[in-house]
Design a protein around this ligand. Structure first.
Ligand SMILES: [Mg+2]
Length: 221
């Protein structure tokens, strides 16, 4: 069954969309954390790229799925690097996935309420909206940092519902992280889609328990 026939868009009033990996190419973020940060960390600590990477990946793993992970000010302190300035340095790598704008335009036309829900820090959200000009398609954008919980936790969804006023029964949510989709499902979001192909340069991973799309054109008539 195609993903299009699995999602009755006419029954959907609210569309919640993740940013990194879903709307935007996760290549930027992967390059940033797996290449640029280790490089700068190695320089700063007078060590090799390999050793820096090893050390950093342990730190990343430790904070994954927590609010710290999303907080670039935390990482600036933790790593003694200016993380926002480094992100700014590679802003040219921020790219929108194919057909995302067409999909957003279609949602606007169909008068859906469209919300961005992201674990990204508000400073990163600002940078990415400035670069991509996607902000105009959204009725609101919320970050896990504002909510006080990452999307992996049910508390995020309780706060998000209060803030945005969506109805779970009439809501579609698209994200590239399986853990987050599981939490959204548990919370009762009715329509859930996994965005496979988060990073355009690596082979897509499929979430077993969810309908997936590779490209937003699959959700368009
Ligand atoms: Mg994501």
């Amino acid at each position: 069954m195609s993903s299009r026939s699995k999602i009755p868009l006419h029954e959907i009033k609210y569309v919640l969309l993740d940013m990194d990996g879903t709307l935007l190419d996760k290549y930027f973020d992967d390059y940033f954390w797996e290449h640029l940060v280790p490089e700068k960390y190695a320089e700063k600590n007078n060590t090799t790229f390999g050793k820096a990477k090893e050390e950093l990946f342990k730190k990343y793993k430790h904070h994954e799925g927590t609010l710290n992970w999303t907080d670039i000010d935390f990482w600036s302190k933790e790593l003694n690097l200016d993380i926002p300035a480094l992100k700014e340095q590679i802003r040219h790598l921020i790219e929108i996935h194919p057909h995302v704008e067409d999909f957003l335009k279609m949602l606007k036309k169909q008068k859906k309420k469209v919300f961005l829900v992201t674990n990204a820090h508000y400073k990163v959200l600002d940078l990415k909206f400035k670069k991509t000009e996607l902000g105009k398609y959204f009725d609101a954008a919320i970050t896990s940092f504002e909510m006080g919980y990452p999307k992996e936790m049910l508390e995020f969804w309780e706060k998000a519902e209060k803030k945005l006023g969506f109805e779970r029964e009439k809501t579609l949510f698209v994200d590239d992280t399986e853990e987050i989709l599981k939490t959204a499902r548990k919370y009762g979001i009715k329509y859930i889609i996994h965005k496979a192909k988060a990073n355009s340069k690596i082979k897509p991973k499929l979430a077993k328990e969810f309908t997936h799309i590779f490209d937003f054109k699959e959700l368009m008539k």
